[in-house]
Design a protein around this ligand. Structure first.
Ligand code: NAD
Length: 253
């Protein structure tokens, strides 16, 4: 059912939250646009500017790695300045109230952790762009180290431990999904009574399978997104409104 307006959406969501004991939020890039981070598919989204670099290109070509890091550094100011928005803060309030065991996110911006959710309770399906990892041995590298290497040599770095390429700790198109995060997200979707998809176009798979899975396992499904998604028809409530406006009333409750 689509909420007729913002007020009725907030009221119905409030009732569903009050009656739920285990709520699992599933977030996408739309929850972070209020924080100044562009999403992928909106008119000003990142896709309108740059074609994503698939994983096999990153592995195969130094120039693709250089370009990937140039793009990442071009976004550094945006990521470093971003602070949690009302959506993040509302979820943090419900987490502190004991209603949310963990958040499943497609986002890579670290803003759920910044809002006060323990890192162990943020299940990152697509990784995290605020640090880097070697694609060979998995060693963590900090962005300041990558930057220093890049500025000194003009090239994207190789791991100091095993000499394989170093990449932001994110999952690119064509890269294997993180097994542990997928297992935890599956378990959370299967064992909640309210699943809330927030700010996702629900077109990136396999992540987009989780709202459907939660619904199949008996949870009520709410979708908050300012444009239609393919899963609206199976949702118990669709709120086609701004996320900050919709979740703002739940901050601090
Ligand atoms: P998406 O860009 O495909 O979809 C975002 C959706 O949010 C769109 O439908 C858009 O209309 C909606 N939206 C944007 N701002 C909104 C607002 N204020 N209120 C309501 N709706 C709003 O994003 P996705 O589904 O998360 O998939 C994109 C992939 O790109 C993700 O897997 C993620 O890894 C990555 N990504 C992450 C970030 C981030 O970490 N902040 C940003 C861009 C892309």
């Amino acid at each position: 059912m689509i909420a007729t307006d913002l007020r009725s959406g907030v009221e119905q969501l409030g009732d569903m939250i009050a009656h739920a004991s285990v709520i699992v939020p599933f977030t996408g890039a739309g929850i972070s646009t209020e924080a100044g981070i562009p999403d992928f598919r909106s008119p000003n989204g990142l896709w309108s500017r740059n074609r994503p670099i698939p994983f096999d290109e990153f592995v195969a070509r130094q120039d693709a790695r250089d370009e990937a890091w140039r793009r990442r550094f071009a976004m550094e100011h945006t990521f470093a300045q971003a602070r949690p928005g009302r959506g993040h803060l509302a979820l943090a309030s419900l987490y502190k109230a004991g209603k949310i065991p963990a958040i499943v996110t497609q986002n890579i911006d670290n803003l759920h952790q910044a809002s006060g959710i323990a890192s162990d309770h943020v299940v990152e399906l697509h990784g995290n762009t605020t640090y880097a990892r070697c694609i060979g041995c998995g060693k963590r590298h900090e962005l300041a180290w990558v930057r220093e290497w890049f500025d000194r040599t003009g090239y994207a770095p190789h791991c100091t431990a095993c000499d394989e390429p170093v990449k932001t700790a994110t999952i690119s198109f064509g890269q294997a999904m993180p097994t542990d995060a997928m297992r935890r997200a599956t378990d959370l979707a299967q064992h909640c009574d309210l699943f809330i998809a927030i700010g996702s176009s629900l077109v990136v798979w396999p992540a987009a399978g989780f709202p459907m899975l939660a619904k199949e396992c008996g949870a009520k499904l709410v979708i908050i997104n300012n444009e239609p998604t393919e899963q609206d028809e199976i949702a118990d409530l669709v709120i086609r409104q701004d996320i900050g406006e919709t979740l703002g009333p739940f901050v601090g409750n």
